[in-house]
Design a protein around this ligand. Sequence first.
Ligand code: CUA
Length: 358
Amino acid sequence: MKKWLTKWRLLSLFALMTLVLAGCGEPFLSALQPAGEVAQMQYDLMMLSIIVMLVVIAVVAVIFIYVVIKFRRRKGEEDKIPEQVEGNHKLEIIWTVIPILLLLVLAVPLVSATFKLGNVNVMDKENRKPEDALVINVRAHLYWWEFEYPDYGVITSQDLYVPTKEKVYFNLLGADVKHAFWIPAVGGKLDTNTDNTNRFWLKFDQEKPSDGSEYFYGKCAELCGPSHALMDFKVKALPRAEFDQWIDKMKNTQAVAATDKAKQGEQLFQEKSCIGCHAVNPVDERPEAARTAPNLATFGERAKIAGILDNDEENIRKWLKDPEAIKPGNKMTNTYPKLNDEELDALTEYLQGLKVEK
Ligand code: CUA
């Protein structure tokens, strides 16, 4: 009975682990379902090293089992000691050379991939034109992401727009503490440091994750504070022509309040000094302002509120009412007076109207 119970316990533990591990496979968030050249290279390297390890484990296990069986103590020969062998040149050479070969098998592709992934020479090209390479400056803040397209003078936040099927080059910087930029399905990760700019490129082969999700997920991959796990961004990959259209729209958008209630919200936005930190136009005259807090120009069409909540009226109100409850340690908490219901309605309507796609 007792034995049966132990078995049952072990079985349920394994079942639970299977369930937990099954959560790691979402295509919009999984490094195991690569959606770009970089992620594919990283995946292939991972597979290569796993295969090498499995071969080593298999060979060692087979030899081990063979030895255990061959030299086991047999009935009637309890005192027999097998012939003792010490030192064998041939064997010693073999088991020194094999690991060296295995290391070479791992090292050659790894080093060549490292150089390929780190090649950002085109960013330094004299008189680089926007057509030569798309460059995006990423600044990571507690707990949000700023994306600047320096060739177009466009700044946005939280939703990263990129063209598909071409190399996109990134300058990565941390605005306050060290964060790390990671889009699991497409590649990474690389630290965003405060004292130097890290650079790399990514390629987005697919417009959408293979499960049909609307966008890829980006994560902060460096423990940076209480809301580190909530420091998400979304990636929208568009064919080049659509991406160009998006840039055009971004350059020509002005925040306008369409309804009376939205106008009231706009007024509150200025009176409660939201405007002091948040820019509402993608091309802002004051880039410093866009750097203090997320640029809200595309807020109405953002994938998520604060990176984590579905973008709907209820969640915007929730966020404005008590940001601390949603993202502990964020910098918006206590920067404005409590809003009453009417003010919340007006601000929500104004924010929902901030869109580039009209
Ligand atoms: Cu930013 Cu973790």
